[in-house]
Design a protein around this ligand. Sequence first.
Ligand code: TRP
Length: 455
Amino acid sequence: MSKNKQREHWGSKIGFILAAAGSAVGLGNIWKFPYIAGENGGAAFILVYLICIAIIGLPVLIAEVLMGRTTQRNPVGAFRKLSNSPFWASVGGLGVLAGFVILSFYAVVAGWSFGYIVEAFKGSFSNFSKVGASGDYFTSLTGNIYWIVGYLAVFIALTMSIVYFGVQKGIERASKIMMPLLIVILLILMVRGLTLPGSGKGLEFLLKPDWSHITGQAVLIALGHAFFTLSLGMGAMMTYGSYMSKEDNIPSAALQIVFLDTIIALIAGIAIFTAVFATAENPAVGPGLIFHTLPVVFSKMAGGYIFGILFFILLTIAALTSAISLLEVVIAYFVDERGWKRHNAVITFGFITFLVGIPSALSFNVMSDFKIFGLNFFDFVDFLASNILLPLGGLLISIFVAWIWGFDKALANLKSGAENLFERNFWIVSTWKVFIKYFAPVLIFIVLLNSIGIL
Ligand code: TRP
């Protein structure tokens, strides 16, 4: 069946890099990174985060992409092909399930972002002179089930409309348009932030280390975020890797993806905190920073009308290129393993994701009292996916590559396309060995223990 059909591939090297960077750059970079850096000591936290990216993020990213490229399969097929074991195939299945669950709540927040583009156009932000008013407005929007479910539907439909057209004509083409646009908008916003009077305090906040904040907990937050921001632990990068050819250089591509993801998070931090400080707003408000504080910032800033629109377009694009990678994992599984046609799979599973997303959307209104383990539905699925499934998946992936598939076999495959690196800089390869065999499994295990409350 479809297994024998020619598998689609990326049309170009840059196509893969932009698509994978698109997956990595998302709400995690623009919404979450700035506020966790803000809450955990600014520059000191950023340094710890960079170390986590280097010693865990990069090695696991390489491992995932390599599994995909070697097997040319979705996560379930990839594990099965390399191990012939039903247990490991089910680890891939866990990834597919995680993709599905993450998309269902990710799309709710992405839907707000889309809705906020419309609000910005309508000029709604101009009425906010203080955070209270914008917070109340946010609560009234998310309290409206038609608004929240409606934008969830719009965002999922957008995601489906890209994945529908396949790897080259859908994902790659969309990434090649949206990623450069995202970078341009971000640079405009950074320049605006830096040129506001009083922006220096924002920069100082972000760049001057406050070591007193660096606790064990902060390190674990950095570690967990390194994982989420690079889309690791559930086979998204594996799936994208499965559309690569053997001639592509994985270590160099992985390095470029990590670089783009990191630099974009930092620029987003600069753009946001310079503006927040220049308008004398509170930087340490946590998750509400984007939807509560920023609209007030825009209401106070010269040109805020335009910058408000641009900001929420930026956030929506970032979320969209991530959402397509989440949906693609599910689609690749049904196409490769179950012989579905792509179009049918996209329509069916896009719709099911929407249905699963509804209780997450309703957690902000009619279902707010519905609790699972003390969390509302949205927080519960977020916790389950981000704090349990992803670290568990990442742990199993690194153990699998290093010990089950076997490091030497993995290395032999990694060499293809990267011969130069292997000849000239073998130390990089040996470093990967130590990280993927020992550091990654141990550190991820600690994060996992922490997530489930043992540490
Ligand atoms: N990396 C994205 C972000 O930073 C989110 C994301 C997309 C993701 N695909 C993923 C996270 C797969 C984990 C796994 O927002």
